[in-house]
Design a protein around this ligand. Structure first.
Ligand code: GLC
Length: 452
């Protein structure tokens, strides 16, 4: 009896260990990134950029359905989804106007969908006929003219590319509950697909030389199945400074949290929050849940305060125009950046939580501390544990000089005094006010327990 129990126990133990092993292997693989020191130099423009615009352009804007997911999740059939090809006109597409708008917003780069999970390329791919050029009345390549317009204005140009291609007949997954085949059952078919997608990656690299590759959908297969290491090499071979996002099963250069703001500074040095302005990546006429400029600016300051970039998404309509609500947000964000950009672009993540109740950033030499005042404070602000002497404080957006008071400094204690600052109501920014503190030297903090 007891031996049966022991055998069961052993089996259970072995199974649990096995499952835990799988869990941790997966987990550590997902966390694995390229060694930061080996890429620091090429990452510099990205670290300084802080704001990018994400563009989800695709046939899904025609009916205003979820990009690719609508057929995968069986909200509509694949054939009705593909009917949208016939309504994709790009009749008003003006890449210069897009690039002007992105620049006006303050963005330093833009990333556009060259192909989403639906498999429809937004350029003239030579690998099949499923593209905006060959298969839609638009008959246009979206990518080349946009990249040119961006680069003329000094913005970097990024290519979003979905590894998943649910339309391709050699791709295993198709609908939520039905696959075409399992890789182990037909490895040749998988290899055919792999050759296809890798050729498209090389094609995009050759045609557009993207400054950044934004992969998506890596979760459907392992690094080995995608040949992620090889894909990275294929890109870097011809385009050595290209930056690659994390969605390449451990072979990326920066992390990509999606929609959710990190509450503490992520450990890996470079990261980018991608976020929609309403609730969808692509244009959906029924989606009116627009975030306000104030909300976007507040989120943006949270992101830069923890050292990240914001990749803010716009979904153009099928005619190639950007919805006025999105344009409004980008313009207001741009106005705010004009007033306050010194505290954002080319800065470092700010001081740790707890010293000041709000996001902060630092100049590269750490002698300037920027405080972001979210909401419209009516009382006195307080900074704790700042050991530096403050040479001056100004409201960044309008140059108003402010005074401060040091409270509770005990001459013989190492604990710095509290700093109180009054900000007059008339000096506040309509969105987020920024205070610029010129310190006497690089920032020095006390973060102890307040003891003697
Ligand atoms: C997700 C979705 C995709 C979207 C992307 C943007 O991965 O699958 O539809 O394009 O997020 O980050």
């Amino acid at each position: 009896m007891s031996s049966v129990n022991n055998t069961d126990m052993n089996r259970l133990l072995a199974r649990t260990t096995f499952l835990l092993l799988i869990f941790f292997t997966k987990h550590t693989l997902a966390q694995k990134m390229i060694d930061a020191n080996s890429i620091r130099e090429k990452m510099q423009w990205f670290a300084d950029a802080k704001l990018g615009i994400f563009v989800h352009a695709g046939i899904y804007a025609v009916d205003g359905v979820d990009e690719s997911w609508s057929f995968y999740n069986k909200k509509i059939s694949h054939s009705s989804y593909m009917q949208q090809l016939n309504g994709f006109t790009l009749s008003q597409y003006n890449p210069n106007a897009w690039a002007d708008l992105f620049k006006e917003a303050g963005a330093r780069y833009a990333v556009i969908t060259t192909k989403h999970h639906d498999g429809v390329a937004m350029y003239d791919t030579r690998l099949n006929k499923l593209s905006s050029v060959q298969a839609t009345p638009a008959k246009k390549d979206l990518i080349a003219p946009l990249f040119e317009a961006l680069r003329q204005r000094g913005l970097k140009a990024g290519a979003y590319y979905s590894l998943i291609d649910w339309t391709h007949t050699d791709y295993p997954a198709f609908l939520r509950d039905s696959n075409r085949y399992r890789i182990p059952d037909d490895y040749n078919r998988w290899q055919r697909f792999r050759q296809f997608f890798q050729a498209q990656v090389v094609e995009i690299n050759t045609l557009f030389k993207p400054d950044l590759f934004w992969f998506d959908g890596d979760w459907e297969h392992s690094a080995e199945e995608w040949e992620a290491a090889k894909v990275r090499q294929l890109i870097l071979r011809d385009n050595p400074n290209a930056i690659i996002n994390s969605r390449l099963q451990g072979y990326g250069d920066y992390e990509t949290p999606e929609q959710n703001i990190p509450l503490s500074k992520p450990a890996y040095p470079w990261w980018e929050l991608c976020m929609t302005i309403n609730d969808n990546w692509g244009y959906q006429h029924k989606d009116n849940n627009w975030k306000t400029p104030g909300e976007i600016i507040s989120i943006f300051t949270d992101v830069v305060g923890t050292g990240g970039n914001l990749l803010l998404d716009v979904g153009p309509k099928e005619d190639g125009t950007i919805p006025p609500e999105a344009t409004h947000v980008l313009r207001e964000l741009g106005g705010w950046n004009k007033r306050n950009g010194e505290a954002v672009f080319g800065t470092l993540a700010g001081i740790p939580n707890g010293h000041f109740y709000g996001p902060t950033t630092l100049s590269k030499d750490s002698t300037v501390l920027y405080l972001f005042l979210q909401g419209r404070p009516t009382g006195t602000l307080k900074i704790k544990g700042l050991a530096n002497q403050i040479n001056s404080i100004t409201v960044l957006g309008n140059g108003t000089p402010l005074t401060h008071k040091v409270v509770g400094k005990i001459s013989w204690s190492k604990v710095p005094g509290l700093i109180f600052i009054d900000v007059p109501q008339q000096a506040l920014d309509p969105y987020v006010t920024v205070l610029k503190l010129q310190l006497a030297g690089p920032v020095t903090l006390y973060s102890g327990t307040g003891g003697l």
